[in-house]
Design a protein around this ligand. Structure first.
Ligand code: PBG
Length: 324
């Protein structure tokens, strides 16, 4: 007679569960997004993202030092500015907020990578990720501006630049500009498969980057689609991306899975602002333990195939992971 299949045996205690666990997360797999503002000694709370702050450069440097102490190996910087125009010129100004923040971090902290978001939406008056002329996007001017931003960040010392504008050709143009200006060692983390998502709402509050008209559906991806996600990733790899990204993360595990199966490249997933805030609010309402919910979510994103996870929970998770 055959034995009954009995699958509970290895679940009986945490030791045997740990022994056979297939998915792990380490602090070094997490990337913390950080918002940086003008001023001194600022730590402005963001109402829709409890626990996340806009830091002035001095305080950001302290925060990054703490993250580094927790074993986090990278931060992703976003600049917040009041000085917006129709070209996003503050984004590539020599003394732009992100450029100064990168210099400050690089001056003091050695064992953390600085990644900088390369986009126009936070710097352009209308809040779109592109330059608009006569009601149409100006593709050439947008690509030129993105290349200038990437070079400005590289000059300041960014380890990787992260183009997030969803402009076709952005990775290639940035790669060429970096090489031409002597930054062959600056990498590109491409926001390759970036969907037009409701889950970016809190981030836009943090940055003041909501589009003043229309939406981003004519450049970010349609969430009904999967094939083009793979084509976007392939295009970015061909243009020189060093790391590719799927964004958002939790609702897009199928895309992460497919991307990991298909491409032999480091894959990042961005667990975006509302993914963070929903867990925070749910935990505050007593729906679940924040720690358990976060670790389950991050593990699921890794299980689907992400090598790196960009998450606003990076700092807290790194603390929790110390005891696991
Ligand atoms: C766009 C950009 C977005 C995010 C980062 N860079 C999305 C958007 O505003 O369309 C979202 C990140 C998040 O929600 O955490 N340049």
């Amino acid at each position: 007679m055959q034995n009954k299949v009995y699958l509970g045996r290895l679940r009986k205690n945490s030791v045997t569960r740990g022994l056979v666990a297939q998915t792990t997360i380490l602090a070094k797999d997490l990337i913390m997004p950080c918002f940086v503002v003008e001023g001194r000694n600022k730590r402005e709370p963001i109402t829709t993202m409890p626990g996340i702050f806009r830091f002035s450069i001095d305080n950001l440097a302290d925060e990054v030092e703490e993250l580094s102490g927790l074993g986090v190996k990278a931060v992703l910087l976003f600049g917040v500015t009041g000085k917006k125009d129709n070209f996003g010129s503050q984004a590539y100004a020599k003394n732009g907020i992100v450029q100064r923040a990168i210099r400050e971090i690089k001056k003091n902290i050695k064992d953390i990578a600085v990644i900088s978001d390369v986009c126009l939406c936070g710097y352009i008056a209308h809040g779109h990720c592109r330059i608009i002329k006569n009601a149409f996007s100006d593709v050439d001017e947008t690509l030129k501006a993105l290349a200038k931003i990437a070079v400005a960040h590289a000059e300041a010392g960014a380890d990787l630049v992260a183009p997030s504008a969803m402009s076709d050709g952005q990775v290639g143009v940035i790669r060429q500009a970096l090489d031409k200006n002597g930054f062959r060692d600056t990498g590109i983390l491409a926001y390759s498969a970036k969907y037009a998502s409701s889950f970016y709402g809190p981030f836009r509050d943090a940055l003041g980057s909501s589009p003043k008209f229309g939406d981003r559906k004519n450049y970010q991806m349609d969430f009904r689609n999967r094939n083009e996600a793979l084509r976007e990733i392939e295009a970015d790899i061909n243009q020189g991306a060093d790391i590719v990204m799927v964004k958002p993360a939790s609702l897009y595990l199928d895309i992460i899975y497919r991307a990991k199966q298909k491409f032999n490249i480091t894959l990042a997933a961005y667990s975006v602002s509302a993914e963070y805030s929903l867990i925070k609010l749910g935990a505050a309402e007593g729906l679940f333990s924040e720690k358990e919910a976060v670790l389950e979510t991050l593990t699921a994103i890794r299980r689907a195939g992400a090598d790196l996870i960009i998450t606003y929970h990076a700092k807290q998770a790194a603390e929790w992971l110390k005891d696991i």
